[in-house]
Design a protein around this ligand. Sequence first.
Ligand code: HEC
Length: 233
Amino acid sequence: MICLGNPAFSRFSAPAAAFVTLMTAGPLGALDYEKDIQPILMNKCADCHSDEAGKSKGGLKFDDPAHFHKRFSKNSAVIPGDWDASYLFVTIFRPPDSKEAMPPKGKGESLNREEVMKVMQWIAEGASINGTRGEKGTMPGDFDALLADMPGHHLAKKGKAKSETSLFPKRATPAEEDWTNTEGKTIKAVLVKVEDGKAHLRMQNGKVYKYPVDKLSKESRERLEGRSDPDMK
Ligand code: HEC
């Protein structure tokens, strides 16, 4: 049962627990190297870091997860949980013309903002790779705050990017509201967004549940209307 020990539910009795089990998704799955990160690195780094190209510059090959995993500790390439101290992150975060930047200046396309944040999230979540996962760390609350003292940084936000809202909730989080389902059970949660017929509701413990809109009460559904993107206001 996913809600046990969740303080958000402590004031509810058994029926409230039933509400939670109705919720379709459990905690969001962590990013995985082979599935989520390798394609990004192979797209922009393969020329010099892959078996495919026959090159492992700096001793790193991104198309060989077992090999890459063994190199995590080399020059602190990846320190699971600690994106800040991971050299891989440093190289993709540095402005493209800097000495430590990867790909090297003029030798390819840098990762974009979304890709950098994905790598960051993957490391923060413990850098799951080759069937194992290390220690979990924390994510910054706000990516732009990291860039605040680096004017003109190439990763600074230019427009509002939609997909980032769930990854980096704004510091001033939207207010909690009561959400009631068709069975009359109510929970307190922040509406993150509505997508594919599901309301993404963030509980006090930070977990986001995807709840089918059509299982919400008429009143809750009416409140959702016109608010399909609450964070973008
Ligand atoms: C044009 C070739 C080239 C491309 C493309 C390239 N790299 Fe590199 N990379 C190198 C070279 C050369 C080194 C070794 C530098 C050194 O030892 O000083 C290196 C070293 C590294 C290191 C440090 C390894 C260590 O322990 O010292 C990391 C991390 C890295 N690259 C990541 C990347 C990432 C991520 C990308 C894609 C965004 C990328 N590289 C794209 C050539 C490249």
